[in-house]
Ligand binder design. Structure first.
Ligand code: ADP
Length: 618
């Protein structure tokens, strides 16, 4: 795990500072936008055309006022026919312009939106592809918990695609229009142009101060909002505990404090925002007044090129100049967000060191994997720092069932994780059929291993789809056969929709058997069973034991279980204590040695009340 990524993941929510500049952000975004370069060019052309259209009103009004003015001062007196001609021309131009502008805006928005949606899709596809290649250690590192990872990805994609949208749909047209309006103002009169230009830095300055003042507050509001959401989720999840301890009022008080905090923060943010908005409107109005005074003065002194129509002309153009600047603080906020979240997002794409390593050995051609694992002096520490395996040496014999026994936390599941190459040992060696695990092609290795966990993740989908996950190419008949072998066929057929039923509606024991059916379909030579019957009732446990007995035949099996009945069925067992192997041998041998295994065995028998059970059975 790169340190950068770790720090970022945990500090992202509190820390709004970012090392990535705007240039860096756009550079990273560029490869995602370039595939749509023609769409981009079309959008830009339309943007430019739209900006031209935005100036038409000012030009038409300028000409219209002058023409009407001329008409009023005509020597021969006012003529209705001439007035009608002017009005018809104005209406035709303005109507035509509106139709054209509407079409252009529609095209520009739809193309801009198409770029945004496509970029957003490409960003999520890239990050999902990337995460699928990451090693398990990445997912067990602090800061990469599912919720946090999801937030990092969601916010990254949202703020990056917003940057694209801001740029191409909102900002670019407004700024092009502003530049064009400014050019027209300068072309008509340099002094008026200079007044309009002078307002811009003042606006920028106010926006920057506003952005700076708002930054901290916005983040505080976001943090409190997250805490509130989290709090509500916690209440719903723990409602049983809250009710049983009568702690409703305590929970309500916690929420009330947070709500109060949130209200204060929101009000403070609004207050700052309204204050600055007012200031900006004031500056804008001052600009408009200055422009009216200046143009009126120039008309009165008969300055060359200045007619009465120019007063309206400049006022309208000035509103085009100030329109985008009014939006500056929003761009500022969005860009700040994008800078913060982009770093976390691109951090995921850049984390090459997290990609799972693979060797090239795929086993001997035409020969099945034998299944002999050898561990020699293996040491392993989880990314969080737990030293889970210490100087461990053991041999897993092919075609046999080996049990791993030990108290909770002894390191049994960790061994399975290491054998499946989910993690690599810190030191020592692990070989399969004499080949070091790191030399094995990871995909090839996992093709040979079937894993049944305590809680098998059933995907949302039908039962058939879930079983077929073991071998996507399997026929329906094969899926049904696998279900039969896992003793679940009849129960599935009793459901109204049979194999098409939703797999998530099955009970824990039934889901476990679906996982075993999946294993039958995969038909791997090596099987790891990690407490497959924990938390199941006695009937389900017995049925699963039958399924497992069926699948064990001729395969290398490692079984982790607290169920003595399953352990004594093994050919060989290893007893683990704090990551170290303390005893090994056949179940009988190890029991006769005494020690930890005997303690666990006897305690288990006592807890089951074996004597009473025997009496009852007689
Ligand atoms: P067992 O299967 O014998 O109950 P495990 O192999 O699950 O024990 O755990 C061994 C030790 O490693 C425990 O201290 C456990 O807390 C720790 N551990 C297990 N999984 C992880 C993980 N993903 N990240 C960090 N520590 C872990």
């Amino acid at each position: 795990m790169s340190r950068k990524l770790c720090i970022f993941a945990s500090d992202m929510e509190q820390n709004n500072e970012s090392k990535m500049g705007i240039g860096g952000l756009l550079r990273r975004l560029l490869p995602f936008v370039t595939p749509y370069r023609w769409l981009l060019v079309t959008t830009l052309v339309l943007t430019f055309a739209g900006s031209l259209m935005a100036q038409v009103n000012a030009v038409v009004l300028d000409r219209a006022v002058d023409a009407i003015n001329e008409l009023l001062h005509l020597e021969g007196g006012f003529q209705w026919s001439a007035a009608a001609r002017i009005l018809i021309t104005i209406s035709a131009i303005l109507l035509g312009k509106e139709v054209l502008a509407a079409l252009i805006t529609f095209g520009q928005r739809i193309f801009g939106e198409k770029i945004r949606i496509n970029v957003s899709r490409d960003l999520s596809l890239r990050v999902v592809d990337r995460i699928l290649t990451f090693r398990m250690a990445f997912f067990s590192t602090a800061g990469n918990e599912p919720g946090k990872l999801q937030t990092r990805i969601d916010r990254g994609i949202m703020s990056l695609s917003n940057t694209v949208k801001n740029f191409f749909i909102d900002i670019l047209p407004l700024f092009t229009s502003a530049v064009l309006a400014l050019v027209l103002m300068f072309a008509a009169n340099v002094y008026v142009g200079l007044v309009a230009l002078a307002i811009i830095p003042i606006y920028f300055w106010i926006t920057t101060v506003q952005g700076r003042r708002m930054k901290g507050w916005r983040h505080r509001v976001f943090g409190t909002h997250q805490q509130l959401n989290h709090g509500i989720l916690n209440i719903i999840e723990s409602i049983g505990v809250i009710k049983s301890f009568n702690r409703e009022q305590v929970e309500a008080a916690k929420q009330a404090t947070l709500q109060e905090q949130s209200t204060d923060q929101q009000m403070q943010t609004r207050r700052i925002s309204f204050l600055f908005e007012g200031l900006k409107t004031f500056v804008e109005q001052i600009g408009t007044v200055l422009i009216i005074i200046l143009t009126a003065y120039l008309v009165l002194v008969d300055y060359p090129g200045m007619s009465i129509g120019k007063i309206m002309y400049h006022v309208m153009l000035f509103s085009n100049v100030s329109a985008p600047i009014r939006q500056l603080h929003r761009i500022y906020d969005d860009l700040n967000d994008a800078l913060v979240y982009a770093e976390g997002f691109f951090g995921l794409l850049d984390a090459d060191e997290e990609v799972e390593k693979s060797g090239t050995w795929k086993g001997e051609i035409g020969k099945k994997v034998n299944g002999r694992f050898e561990l020699r002096n293996v040491e392993f520490t989880y990314p969080g720092g737990t030293h889970a395996i210490r100087d461990l040496s053991m041999t897993i014999e092919p075609g046999k069932t080996t049990a791993l026994v030990g108290l909770s936390g002894a390191g049994k599941s960790t061994i399975v994780n290491l054998l499946d190459k989910f993690y690599s040992p810190d030191s020592g060696s692990i070989t399969l059929d004499g080949i070091p695990l790191e030399d094995w092609d990871t995909e090839g290795l996992r093709e040979n291993i079937g894993l049944v966990l305590q809680k098998n993740h059933i995907f949302s989908g039908t039962i058939e789809e879930n079983i077929r996950y073991g071998r996507p190419s399997a026929t329906t008949a094969e899926v049904m056969e696998a279900a039969r072998k896992a003793y679940i066929y009849d129960q599935i057929m009793d459901l109204p929709e049979g194999f098409k039923s939703n797999a998530l509606q099955l009970s824990g024991g039934q889901q476990q058997r679906i996982a075993i059916a999946r294993m039958f379909l995969k038909d791997p030579p090596i099987i790891f069973l990690d407490e497959p019957t924990a938390s199941l009732d006695a009937i389900a446990t017995e049925q699963i034991k039958n399924s497992i007995d069926a699948i064990k035949q001729g395969r290398t099996v490692i079984v982790i279980s607290h169920n003595i009945g399953q352990i004594i069925d093994s050919d060989y067992l290893y007893v683990l204590n704090t990551g170290h192997c303390v005893q090994s041998g056949t179940p009988d041998e190890v029991y006769r040695q005494g020690g930890l295994y005997k303690d666990i065995f006897d305690a288990s028998a006592r807890s089951m009340n074996v004597d009473k059970i025997a009496e009852t059975l007689q």
